[in-house]
Design a protein around this ligand. Sequence first.
Ligand code: ADP
Ligand code: MG
Length: 658
Amino acid sequence: MKKLLTTFSNWRLQHILIVSFVLTTAITVIVGSVITYGVINNYLAGAQDARVGRDMDLADAFYNIKLQDISATAGRLAASKVVAHNVDSASQRDASAIQAIQDQIDNEITSLPVGTQRLIVLTDAQGRCITGRLASMGHSTPIACQTDWSSWPIVASVLSEGESHSATEVFPANTLAVVGLGRQAAIPLTETPKAAPEPFDPREGTAGLGLTSVAPVFSEDGELGGTVLAAHLFNQDYTLVDRIKEVAGVDTVTIFFGDLRVSTNVEDEFGNRAIGTRVSQEVFDHVLVGGEEFTGPAYVVNQWYTTRYQPLYDHTGQIVGMLYVGAKQASFQSLLDSFQREVFRTTVATILLAVLIAIPVSLWISRPFTILAGATRRVAQGDWSVRVPTTGLREMRTQAASFNTMVENLQEAQDQLVQQEKLASVGQLAAGVAHEINNPLGSVLLYADILYKETPDDRQQQREDLQMIIREATRCKAIVNDLLNFSRQNQVLAQTTDLNALLHDLAAQKRKQELYTNVEIVEDLDPALPAIQADPLQLHQTFVNLMDNAAEAMPEGGRLKLRTYSGPTPGLVTVEVQDTGVGISEENMKKLFTPFFTTKPIGRGTGLGLAIIYGIVKMHRGQINVQSEVGKGTVFTITLRQQLAAPAEPSGAGTVQS
Ligand code: ADP
Ligand code: MG
């Protein structure tokens, strides 16, 4: 399981999504159909069972009607005046009396429906045969009368009790032979799979099973004069089972003698009635041995049936055979099979449909991940220009937007870091050099000054040369000063600063300077501008540098505008220094803040001004931006925070360290 999950987690997202979609669909559909199949199967099995139950009731009713019919025959004859009047004489073998009774029996037989098989026998009070007839296959024939019928238990019972009995009885083989039914009763036992090893009744195969009714005959003096026996043999007689099948619509009906099929409409594989085969061991144990009804699916002869078996009892209550009804499972099975095929087809179609839907959907879901992964890889390789499209799912759009912002911020931070590192190393170098130069430069200036003062007025040329030395040395000192400033600007000594006042004072100062002779300084200061936390000396230096740059960009004169306002977002203030000077070319724009970048002639510019400004603004956690158009002018925009520290900290925090 764990191994499977590991393999799974190495897959591409799209494939995982497709597999999950399809699995979910497949499991849902399969579980659904299995449950439906189960429900339908149960329902059909229940319906089939109920049907077979009803079939058994019908078969049982028909069976009993047949038994009543036979007992009616026996009863009518036993009660007839002719029989009662002649029974004693007939017992004495009086020919005319026997004839009279025989006529009466023939009468009875003629009144039965054509084709009825019926054995009718009159015995004397000892059970000896007086006369008898066998109606079979449309013929009525006298039987050979040499049998002692008292060997039939049912006859013996009637003789001793004087009461009639009707039941399913075993017909002994020897009697059957005498009355001409021996051939019909003989059913050779066939080898049957699943049957019990031994037959239930050893007489199976030769003896018969049939319905028997025996009624006592009382002579006119009221004494027991004999009995009338009426019987119907089931062996190889299919009238009853076929009638039940046809009239009651029962699929198959069988009458068993013991466990042997003696009358049935179940067919074997050749289409013959399956007599001679025996019931399965399971049913044998249940019904014949256990005396219980058997319900359920059973393998009958050669296929499955939903069945019922119930025991048949003789007049003493002994189990002698079984009555069976069954419905082929094939019809019900074919319904289930076609349902199963349909379900299978639907399942396959649904899964295919799921695959078709899953492919584009999973592609749509996984695409942003793939794009994001690719973008992340490129960023890792140092490509800061990567941006991902903010399309697709809502979560992914947010993710993409965050990623873009993150890359932008990272790039900015990276740029600043590089710039700050550069500045820091340059600053260190500059500080070292500046210190070394400052002292000798002081001496040069001092001695040049002394020399100048000592030089008489008439030595004009010498005085001019000395002045040149002093001027140039002073410039050097200014450069050295700039360098020292540059190296020192890693500390902010913050205090409440009024930017408007600072700019206003600066403007006033600058107007007096020679550089600004042709420059008009315009102040557009927002009177509502809040005071900010900043280092005023550093800001002073910042704006001096910006204004000097602006003035230097306007050698022919022009307008320098100082503008302040609150914003662009709450908590920020902005200062704009705008000139109408020469502007900055596209390629110089990138180098602007690099230390020692200057376009001014040697001796005029140091290229440190903007680098220092950049450092100061960053130290104040602010922003500096330039917009310029060559020939039109330039705007430097500086945005500063009102509060230097984060808002949660106590206000007026002093020093901010980089
Ligand atoms: P410097 O002034 O010593 O040259 P800066 O760092 O102050 O050094 O400026 C660098 C360069 O930026 C200048 O040489 C100039 O080319 C350009 N520059 C700065 N400000 C302006 C401006 N307002 N208008 C045009 N060019 C400017
Ligand atoms: Mg400058």
